[in-house]
Design a protein around this ligand. Structure first.
Ligand code: LLP
Length: 434
């Protein structure tokens, strides 16, 4: 048996897959499938390694903000709070979840390319530490709303640094043809800074960029930092204003399959800090307070999803479909991005992967697949199938398509189980129907 993509997975004496030392077949039996299982201890370890890297390489002059879009529920916000990291939120829903655990709002970054008035007012009411303004329309509106509320909004600008991160087109965001942020090349960002500095109800503290997601290279992060520092220098020279904060976003890649070669999390800050320090010296600008926003890298490797195998359809000379009791409703990533995953028969994890199959979801839709041509142990109806590294962008992107209730989320810590999110019921499905 080869090594697993995540280090918290192993095989026990029964030949069953374990996560955080717990038997996944037993978990599936007790809590039903589909089932999301997250290893809390590994999540905490990831939070700590990002935090430590900020302390070690940048003298602690920064803040790690977990991008909660990757996986958000009250328990996750509690973990982030206890680990002393901040939070990146992108909606009233995520902000409300954070408020539900009394998350320290000065450590919250509020994102989004089209925040509603309701959301902007909520961000002001909760006094979030930084609102990341995406466009000039939003700036004008926020100034008005802050005036009405008699407060000053602390903002950063989302900037498109023009960096090409080598990742999937749908998750690439730093280039000029993007719906996010102000462009540097056209002078749009510069003009917008002038405008913000002239506003009574805006406190302009910094600039933000996010170049994309699932990136394996360190170089694009350092390049983005360089582009942003050049902009900070230009603002200082031409507007005599010293930008205090630089937010470099998230996007750190993780191992979904054997082909993926992620960089140790500590290495990002090591490399970026070195470059930032050099450039600040060279340009005669103050070292900015740095924020980073890892999402996937904190939670993805910590999670797996368990399913029960149903019917198996062998189409001679074409392929074999193995149907499971979940699919695009709980994990739309293959349907959306053709994302690759590693599959393990949890109750036969000690056997060789001797078959190649297509894993089909249960929705009325041909594209509802979790993988095609995937290697896995020979599966039979009733087997427990584990999909690995599903801790990010699975539960958070799940839907009730076909009116299928969403699976629960278990958190495992120290071989104990906590239900972080309950299984939805059929009653939940009709809750809002009149
Ligand atoms: N900061 C900002 C402003 C972002 O837009 C994102 C992700 C992050 C941080 C966190 O990026 P991460 O560290 O998780 O890569 N649904 C896609 C990913 C979309 C990412 C959107 N923004 C997927 O399933 O791969």
């Amino acid at each position: 048996m080869s090594e697993f993509v995540s280090k918290n997975l192993a095989v026990n004496e029964k030949g069953h897959l374990t996560i955080g030392g717990m038997d996944t077949v037993e978990l599936a039996k007790e809590y039903g499938t589909p089932l999301y299982v997250m290893d809390e201890d590994l999540i905490r370890e990831h939070c700590r390694s990002f935090r430590r890297s900020m302390e070690k390489y940048y003298d602690g002059a920064g803040l790690v903000c977990y991008a909660s879009k990757a996986f958000c529920c009250k328990e996750m916000c509690r973990i982030a709070k206890e680990e002393g990291i901040g939070l990146d939120v992108v909606s009233a829903g995520e902000l409300y979840t954070a408020a539900g655990v009394d998350f320290p709002m000065d450590k919250v970054c509020y994102h989004g390319n089209n925040k509603t008035d309701f959301e902007l007012c909520m961000a002001l009411k909760y006094k979030v530490g930084r609102i990341i303004v995406d466009n000039i329309f939003e700036l004008e509106r926020l100034n008005e709303l802050a005036a009405e509320a008699g407060v000053k909004a602390r903002i950063m600008y989302r900037i498109k640094p023009g960096i090409d991160a080598h990742t999937h087109d749908f998750v690439k965001t730093g280039q000029i043809d993007s719906k996010f942020g102000f462009a540097l090349e056209t002078g749009e960002a510069f003009e917008a800074v002038k405008r913000a500095l002239s506003m009574e109800h805006i406190e302009f503290v910094g600039v933000h960029c996010h170049i994309g997601s699932q990136i394996f290279d360190i170089a694009p992060f350092a390049e983005a930092a360089e582009v942003m520092l050049c902009f900070i220098e230009k603002i200082k020279k031409e507007l005599n204003y010293e930008i205090r904060e630089l937010n470099l976003g998230g996007g750190f890649g993780i191992k979904y399959t054997e082909e993926d070669t992620p960089v140790p999390y500590e290495n990002y800050m090591e490399h970026v800090s070195k470059r930032v320090k050099e450039l600040c010296k060279e340009k005669g600008i103050k070292q900015p307070f740095i924020l980073i926003e890892p999402g996937r890298s904190i939670v993805a490797p910590a999670g797996i999803t368990l399913y029960t195998v149903g019917g198996i359809k062998e189409i001679p000379n074409i392929r074999t479909y193995v149907s499971i009791d979940g699919g695009m409703g709980d994990n739309p990533r293959y349907a959306l991005y053709k994302s690759a995953y590693d599959f393990v028969a949890a109750n036969k994890a000690d056997r060789d992967k001797d078959s190649v199959v297509t894993i089909a979801g249960r929705c009325c839709e041909s594209g509802d697949l979790l993988g095609e041509g995937v290697s896995v142990q020979t599966l039979e109806p009733g087997d427990t199938l584990a999909v690995l590294a599903t801790g990010a962008y699975n539960y958070s992107m799940s839907s009730n398509y076909n009116r299928v209730p969403k699976p629960p989320v278990l958190m495992i810590s120290d071989k104990k189980v906590k239900i972080a999110v309950k299984r939805e019921t059929l009653e939940d499905i009709i809750r809002n129907d009149e």
